[in-house]
Write a protein that binds this ligand. Structure first.
Ligand code: HEM
Length: 207
């Protein structure tokens, strides 16, 4: 197996988690309590020590191998799709490092339940929304874009217009889902009241 085969295999694990994770965030459109109830059931699976260990190992491997591909192919890369794939992959590497680091920090150091409120708090303490709105929006859009590019290479025998439609469709679908999740976290689609202990993690930074 080549490094690229391992990258693809590890992607299946992350995508299986991410599909459930994004569905979990979309559940917040029905209310924060629906999101939390969904997460409590899902955690019984992904927080099992064996499953979480595999997931976190795959995340670390995906980030390292992905960054290696971005750097190694830098000078030979030509055309829109290779650059979209590399750009979305590089952003996902940045996002996954910061995101998973923040979740583990929230659990181990801040002793918080890293639920909806942990993700949403930054969007409710100005000016942190200037970072968190694009940060989350780009994460979901980059994931869909990256998968759209992977599908593009798989569809070798399809027409150019079909392949372009798959990539374009993935970007648009990712953008719409990302927007819904960010608006929901920001409390623009349903009422959101962030508990004081979650907001306090940002207040402390302000001094
Ligand atoms: C708007 C976008 C996102 C938000 C608001 C968000 C929020 C969260 C939250 C709150 C947790 C903690 C879950 C828990 O405590 O059970 C978490 C964990 C995690 N997220 Fe995300 N996430 C987003 C997108 C993504 C994406 C796109 C990926 C992957 C490509 C991802 C990968 C992960 C991983 C690997 C974990 C760690 C799971 C664990 O071991 O507990 N997230 N996220």
């Amino acid at each position: 197996m080549t490094l690229r085969d391992f990258h693809r295999t590890s992607a299946f694990v992350i995508v299986a988690f991410a599909a459930m994770h994004i569905a979990n965030h979309l559940a917040s459109l029905k209310g924060v309590s629906t999101h939390i109830a969904f997460m409590e059931i899902a955690r019984t699976v992904y927080r099992h020590w064996a499953i979480e260990s595999i997931l976190l190992f795959c995340v670390a491997f995906q980030v390292a191998s992905g960054l290696w591909f971005v750097i190694r192919g830098w000078s030979q890369r030509k055309g829109l799709i290779p650059w979209l794939q590399a750009g979305s992959g590089a952003y996902l590497a940045f996002f996954l490092l910061v995101h998973v680091g923040a979740v583990l920090f929230g659990r181990a150091v801040l002793q918080l339940d890293t639920n909806f409120y942990y993700a949403a708090a930054g969007l409710h303490v100005p000016p942190n929304q200037l970072f968190f709105a694009p940060y989350y929006f780009l994460a979901v859009t980059a994931l869909f874009t990256h998968l759209g590019c992977a599908a593009y290479w798989q569809l070798q025998t399809a027409s150019d217009s079909t392949r372009a439609f798959v990539v374009g469709g993935a970007i648009v679908a990712g953008g719409v889902i990302a927007l819904l999740i960010v608006l929901s976290l920001a409390g623009k689609l349903q009422p959101v009241k962030i508990p004081a202990n979650y907001k306090a993690t940002y207040a402390k930074q302000d001094g």
